[in-house]
Write a protein that binds this ligand. Structure first.
Ligand SMILES: [Zn+2]
Length: 292
């Protein structure tokens, strides 16, 4: 996600050379069975994610052209130098990310971190595919759908289950099997923290049970007012800015910021894994930890 702030994050957070690789490169004897072409891979991603339906903050699809033949695919959240280096170590032919290299508002110079990342990709002839809003939005494999799945939240069926600009936000309830909502906002926060394995920032207006939950991954704090208008008792996203604390208290709607990276690390492996299985490619998700 989303809005110009997210694009700014995309530009700055990725320079994390301190980024810690959580999972290693491909093991020996990986499962690559087939070879496809860059063109076929792009076609498969486009077919699944329909990028033409979105007004986005950067180009979706192939951002950096590498070799024609593709056998090994690596996915990650952000095309950071750490991820590119890990992909090189994994002998990847293509990398699939949510946060690519190019965003509206950049000055276009190939210097500093941009030069370093591009140099690595070009020197190793690796294709870079990036899908931003289309990856947030996919109804089963996207960031919002996959976060909901992990949190045990189910969006209302049809248009009732979406809100906000470009209908990117999801709204619904706790899945039946998970119980009848949450006792209160702190109970929801504890649940989210346990699932994501990191602390959340909670603004609790102290209004009792949480039944209707809205969520939108990444830097979607700008969607909070739309979530309030859609009748949410609580809104879950990655980041908080100063105004949202006041909106939460004044509207009586709980706000949870659970990490931009932490909320957006499920869509890329779901989509890349799906397409890799379709085409018989090997796939590995490499999570470069990010405290943001
Ligand atoms: Zn994002």
């Amino acid at each position: 996600m989303k809005e110009p702030r997210c694009a700014a994050r995309g530009r700055h957070c990725p320079s994390s050379p301190a980024g810690r690789r959580v999972r290693g490169p491909l093991p020996e004897g990986d499962n690559a069975r087939m070879t496809t072409t860059r063109h076929e891979l792009l076609h498969a991603f486009d077919l699944l994610l329909a990028p033409g339906r979105f007004k986005d903050y950067g180009p979706n699809g192939l951002q950096v052209e590498g070799r024609t033949a593709v056998r090994r695919l690596v996915s990650g959240v952000t095309a950071s130098r750490a991820l590119i280096e890990a992909a090189i170590a994994a002998q990847a032919d293509a990398v699939f990310v949510h946060h690519g290299l190019f965003w509206r508002g950049q000055d276009g110079r190939v210097t500093g971190w941009m030069k370093q990342r591009l140099a690595l990709l070009l020197a190793h002839d690796i294709n870079l595919f990036a899908y931003h809003l289309p990856l947030d939005a996919h109804p089963e494999l996207g960031n919002n759908a996959q976060l909901g799945l992990r949190l045990g939240l189910v969006a209302e069926p049809g248009p009732e289950g979406r809100f906000g600009e470009q209908e990117l936000g999801f709204i619904g309830r706790r899945a039946e099997a998970e119980g009848d909502g949450f006792a209160d906002a702190p109970a929801l926060a504890r649940h989210v923290e346990a699932v994501l394995g990191r602390p959340a920032t909670l603004v609790d207006p102290g209004r009792g049970p949480i039944r209707r939950v809205a969520w939108c991954t990444g830097g979607a704090q700008g969607y909070f007012e739309a979530a309030i208008a859609a009748g949410a008792d609580a809104f879950i996203t990655g980041e908080i800015s100063e105004p949202q604390a006041h909106y939460a208290r004044e509207a009586g709607v709980a706000f949870l910021a659970c990490g931009h990276h932490a909320t957006e690390r499920y869509g890329a492996p779901a989509v890349a894994g799906h397409v890799a299985a379709q085409l018989g490619l090997s796939h590995e998700f490499i999570d470069i930890d990010n405290p943001a």
